[in-house]
Design a protein around this ligand. Structure first.
Ligand code: GRF
Length: 211
């Protein structure tokens, strides 16, 4: 049974997709041990409570330095002894010491097709604003392992989404969530939970597929 700790910051729709996928059986062999938010007001914590999952808040505002926050966050995560740390709408910059503690055991969902529209400053709605500004016809979402960089780790799954005339950033964000994020995040967790994902020379190999 793959033990998950899910890190959140906001609405928690990706967390909800994971909760629903475990309940519905499209994710097998995995359980969420805890949900950790940096934001005490994150609705994601309410979603965890509703699902009977332990939810805690580790807020940077309650620590004197970023270093102290990073250490407290890592200690909290490690206390659950996870096999996989899932960043689901998590806005916290993951410190190097955490990446080193969980090599290729942290995954993130990015709301674009990496290496497009990613890196510092590309998060949440800003991503979709830049997509519309550039006028691309296709965007999407990416699930990737987290390494020391920003959105630079090995790519696990991607799913394309059409940009439509008249899209606003909000409309596009919703479509990317519905058609891509909420599908590939659970799918990636299920593949990992069932031993079908490995990383070789920085590339992800998925058993049974030609990825
Ligand atoms: C989503 O766009 C996700 O891609 C990004 O944060 C946004 C909110 O996610 N990482 P959620 O609803 O909190 O899961």
């Amino acid at each position: 049974m793959l033990k998950l700790v899910v890190l959140v910051s906001g609405g928690g729709t990706n967390l909800q997709a994971i909760i629903d996928s475990i309940a519905g059986g499209t994710i097998s062999n995995a359980e969420i041990k805890a949900v950790i938010s940096n934001n005490p007001r994150a609705y994601a914590l309410k979603r965890a409570e509703n699902a009977g999952i332990e939810g805690i808040c580790i807020s940077p505002k309650t620590y004197g330095t970023r270093e102290e926050f990073n250490r407290a966050l890592l200690a909290a995560i490690q206390s659950y002894e996870p096999d996989l740390v899932v960043l689901a709408g998590c806005m916290v910059v993951i410190p190097e010491m955490m990446v080193k503690a969980f090599p290729n055991k942290i995954i993130n969902i990015h709301p674009a097709l990496i290496p497009s529209f990613c890196g510092t400053g590309y998060y949440g709605l800003h991503v979709h604003e830049k997509v519309l500004e550039r006028g691309v016809k296709v965007t999407g979402a990416t699930v990737h392992f987290v390494d020391e960089g920003t959105d630079t780790g090995p790519i696990i799954l991607q799913k394309a989404v059409e940009v439509k005339p008249g899209d606003t950033p909000e409309i596009l964000q919703r479509r990317v969530m519905e058609e891509a994020e909420w599908k590939i995040m659970p799918q990636a967790i299920n593949l990992i939970a069932n031993g079908l994902v490995k990383v070789e020379q920085g590339k992800v190999l998925i058993d049974g597929g030609n990825q």
